[in-house]
Design a protein around this ligand. Structure first.
Ligand code: PFF
Length: 452
């Protein structure tokens, strides 16, 4: 593949709006991971101690790696595979670094396959929360949804269809237009949910749960869980942010935008916690309920509370919008690759990849019912195997390799030029973290997991 002939800088796409990169990257970062994932992990890990460790992971590992991804993407103005190759070759290193990009594309496809099934359930719940079947409990309702392959299949197909349509419309007409519409709606819905928790929930109990430190609950698992969550939540290690970075204008400040995106992502995760836990406590539910927390407990609450048939659908709409703006960032890197190398047109690439992802997703659908006890990797069913493979192996591996590349192999002069708007101290601090701190921390978590 000849990078210079496939797409040159002058013909590369750039976001039109000044804030689009921040909106698009925040759209990618803010997703089911923040609202559904963060809340259930905080619940499992016992609250505040997890939140503090999570914040530490975001600052020490997430932020430097996010800056590295944006830097490499923007420097090379290509999709992740070609971006890694160009950045490596221009630094006098082997073009094999492109394998990091390939790992990213592969994990993006795998993640989207199960993400879409979960997002489909969220869309389905908009209607369920508007008109709940009060003859059965929320737990039975959830079992009914997940036990019906045809229902899951229907909503999974709708969700993948929306992704294909947005990505096929292009970076500007599809992604940019969508995030400019979706992100403000998401923010407003989040505030509505928060006000609701203040009025109808036990807000003090929620605050105490999220912010009173209880380090007796901390163990190595807490660090694993917090680091994995930080990676997933910031969309790192699979090329999404690198790809969006390749559309970023040269005049934008990478440090400030990364800080803004990481800040928004964390803010939304905490707001989601503040919207959810006060309700859980006010209605006497258990915070430790795993993945079913938002579907089972919250639905019960929406059924019981005043105006629940309006607040409930609004909440699931919030989840669905967050999921959609994240999902498009999982599809974009591979579509961009096929497009820039003239292998397929953008629309054809979106359709072909979308169909592959849709097909793989069927495995996750069946894992919720007839394949529940069919094991693939160890004693994990299909969906759990894909989650394990992406969360525990591919994402940390991708993030670690990006950090190692950016810290040890990418020419410091090129990195410095990309960070030019920032001052020398920021560059030096970034370089220290990306060279020594981030890769070592990710590697230790990674190795611990492999041994465990
Ligand atoms: N960050 C998204 C979330 O928190 O739900 C998930 C995600 C999107 C992960 C895009 C990775 C990615 F590339």
């Amino acid at each position: 593949m000849n990078i210079s002939s496939s797409k040159n800088i002058s013909e590369s796409v750039t976001w039109v709006g000044k804030w689009t990169f921040v909106l698009a990257a925040a759209g990618s970062a803010v997703g089911l991971g923040n609202i559904w994932g963060f809340s259930y992990k905080v619940g499992e890990a016992g609250g505040s101690a997890f939140v503090l460790i999570y914040l530490g992971c975001i600052l020490v590992v997430g932020l430097p790696i996010m800056m590295a991804e944006i830097m490499i993407g923007r420097y090379s103005q290509h999709s992740p595979v070609s971006a890694m190759k160009k950045a490596a070759i221009d630094s006098g290193k082997s073009g094999y670094w492109q394998s990091v990009g390939w790992t990213g594309l592969f994990s993006g496809v795998l993640i989207l396959s199960f993400y879409s099934v979960l997002a489909g359930i969220c869309i389905n719940y908009i209607g369920i929360a508007a008109m709940p079947n009060t003859d059965i409990s929320s737990f039975e309702q959830y079992a009914q949804v997940t036990g019906s392959p045809s229902t899951l299949f229907f909503w999974h197909s709708i969700f993948i269809g929306m992704n294909i349509a947005i990505i096929a419309s292009g970076v500007i007409a599809g992604i940019e237009r969508m995030v400019r519409l979706l992100m403000p709606i998401l923010f407003i819905l989040m505030i509505v949910m928060l006000i609701n928790a203040m009025i109808n929930g036990d807000f003090n109990a929620g605050l105490a749960y999220l912010f009173t430190p209880d380090f007796s609950k901390v163990n190595p698992e807490t660090f694993l869980s917090a680091m994995g969550q930080a990676f997933f939540s910031l969309s790192l290690g699979m090329g999404s942010i690198m790809c969006y970075g390749s559309y970023m204008r040269k005049s934008e400040d990478i440090f400030k935008t990364s800080l803004t995106v990481a800040g928004l992502d964390t803010l939304i995760a905490i707001l989601a916690g503040l919207a959810i836990f006060p309700m859980i406590f006010a209605y006497g539910m258990e915070p430790q309920q795993g993945t079913g927390l938002v579907f089972k407990s919250l639905l019960t609450i929406f059924i019981e509370m005043p105006l629940g048939n309006i607040i409930g659908p609004a909440f699931f709409m919030l989840l669905s919008i967050a999921a959609l703006s994240s999902a498009i960032s999982l599809l974009e890197p591979s579509v961009a690759y096929f497009e820039e190398n003239n292998i397929f047109s953008r629309s054809a690439a979106a359709i072909i990849l979308g169909l592959i992802i849709w097909f793989v997703g069927i495995g996750s659908i069946l894992s919720l019912n007839s394949w529940e006890n069919e094991y693939f990797l160890g004693e994990r069913n299909f969906m759990d195997s894909i989650i394990y493979l992406t969360f525990n192996i591919l994402m940390p591996l991708g993030g670690m390799l990006v950090a190692i590349f950016a810290g040890w192999f990418f020419k410091p002069r090129l990195a410095m030029e990309e960070l030019s708007a920032a001052n020398v101290n920021i560059f030096k601090t970034w370089r220290f973290f990306i060279k020594f701190v981030s890769p070592v921390l990710v590697a230790s978590v990674f190795i611990y997991q492999l041994l465990g």
